[in-house]
Design a protein around this ligand. Structure first.
Ligand code: GP9
Ligand code: MN
Length: 393
């Protein structure tokens, strides 16, 4: 790291808002279960098709949780692995390729590593080939004490790429020693692209029967049933009211070229970049007794904000997290890896090089926001230096 780079990093972190006091230490000492849901987009939440809820189990979890409905995925070319990285390190992924492949052995001030200092053990559960996304190597740097992958699970009902999420959840809980503080990271797989395994799954998608979007909706209805089983299991094991439970989606499920037209039709919105940009959201749910249960928070936010929010709830500092603590901020923004920036006032969509007014969807005057935009985009550069120069070593 050059002197100049070190100065840029220091400058960024010293200009951060100091850790807030709202809900600080509210879940101190509790175990953490975090679910990363494959291809789960926000538009599905509380939505019905042919009179039926698509995600009834998530919807009822949300009624009992704090819900963020303006939360964007920031994952890029490393897809699932980028989302894991964002949530566990609060750094941005890389512009090209997956961090897990390119910098799998850096020093990361990650959630597992921070929790280790608090006496926690941590494990990741994902019922697929352990070498995929270079997880077994990258997880050592992220700090997971254990990684349960495909061969560590008993065979069970299969969907798509492997063991059903329901089987993965149940077996993951069976493997967890709940007698001491733990962090379990559950990475789902059932609803994986291209979703055509769900073509004949029994859920009525009406006019979207046989389409890419229709299959996706069916697949997410199946994945939601698995979430229902997870919640049941947590309740049966006395964990539902005694752990900090978080759930978010990893990235989009509908590529614009495949199901984009149908999605915008289903949503009843115009087919344009502004509407498309607003569809790049994933749900973020935090369930903890007494933590704003049943409330929805509209702060513009993203996956990079997960770690600092958890750190605040657990009552420890995460001074080198790039994201913001969502329980103590009124600054809504999300920087996407392609340099697009979403705030509560505008969306800068990098593909169009256009700033849209968030209220009207009309192109806004550039000059007004240019400085601010550049400041947000500079975060990507800081993150790149940290990763490429292994600056936390
Ligand atoms: C497989 C799974 C792949 O391990 O994580 O998901 P993807 O990155 O293709 O969304
Ligand atoms: Mn994925």
């Amino acid at each position: 790291v050059s002197q100049e780079e070190r100065a840029a990093i220091d400058e960024f972190f010293s200009s951060r808002e100091p850790q807030g006091t709202d809900f600080n230490g509210f879940a101190r000492g509790k175990s953490i279960i975090m679910v990363q849901s494959e291809a789960l987009q926000e538009f599905l939440i509380n939505k019905t098709i042919e009179g039926k809820e698509i995600t009834p189990n998530l919807n009822s979890l949300i009624k009992d949780s704090l819900y963020f409905d303006n939360f964007y995925f920031q994952a890029a070319g490393g897809k699932t692995s980028d989302a894991e990285f964002l949530a566990n390190t609060s750094l941005y992924p890389l512009k090209e390729g997956a961090v897990y492949f390119r910098y799998p052995s850096n020093t990361y001030l990650s959630l597992p590593n921070l929790l280790k200092a608090q006496g926690y053990t941590s494990a990741s559960y994902h019922a697929y080939d352990p070498s995929y996304w270079n997880r077994s190597t990258a997880y050592r740097a992220i700090g997971f004490d254990a990684f349960y992958s495909r061969d560590d699970f008993e065979p069970g009902e299969k969907t798509g790429w492997g063991l059903s999420d329901a089987g993965m959840f149940t077996q993951a809980l069976d493997k967890t020693d709940t007698s001491k503080p733990f962090y379990s990271f559950l990475v789902t797989l059932s609803c994986h692209y291209p979703f055509d395994d769900y073509e004949n799954y029994d859920f009525d998608v009406g006019e979207f029967e046989g389409t890419f979007l229709g299959n996706y909706i069916k697949g997410q209805n199946y994945a939601d049933a698995c979430i229902g089983i997870l919640i049941e299991q947590l309740k049966a094991r006395g964990l539902y009211d005694d752990t900090l439970l978080l759930l978010y989606g990893d990235h989009y499920g509908i590529p614009r070229l495949e199901g984009g037209n149908d999605l915008m039709k289903f949503m009843g919105v115009k087919n344009n970049s502004f509407e498309w940009a607003k569809l790049q959201k994933v749900p973020f749910i935090i369930h903890y007794p007494g933590l704003k249960n049943g409330q929805t928070d509209n702060t513009v936010s993203g996956q990079i904000d997960i770690l600092p929010t958890i750190a605040n709830l657990m009552g420890f500092e995460a001074p080198f997290a790039m994201g913001k603590d969502l329980l103590n901020t009124d600054k809504g923004y999300a920087v996407l890896r392609n340099s697009s920036v979403i705030t509560d006032r505008y969306i800068y969509w990098s593909k169009d090089e256009t700033i849209y007014d968030i209220q009207t969807g009309q192109p806004a005057e550039h000059g007004r926001y240019d400085d601010e935009l550049e400041q947000y985009q500079d975060q990507l550069k800081i993150s790149d230096i940290i990763i490429q120069k292994n600056a936390f070593k």
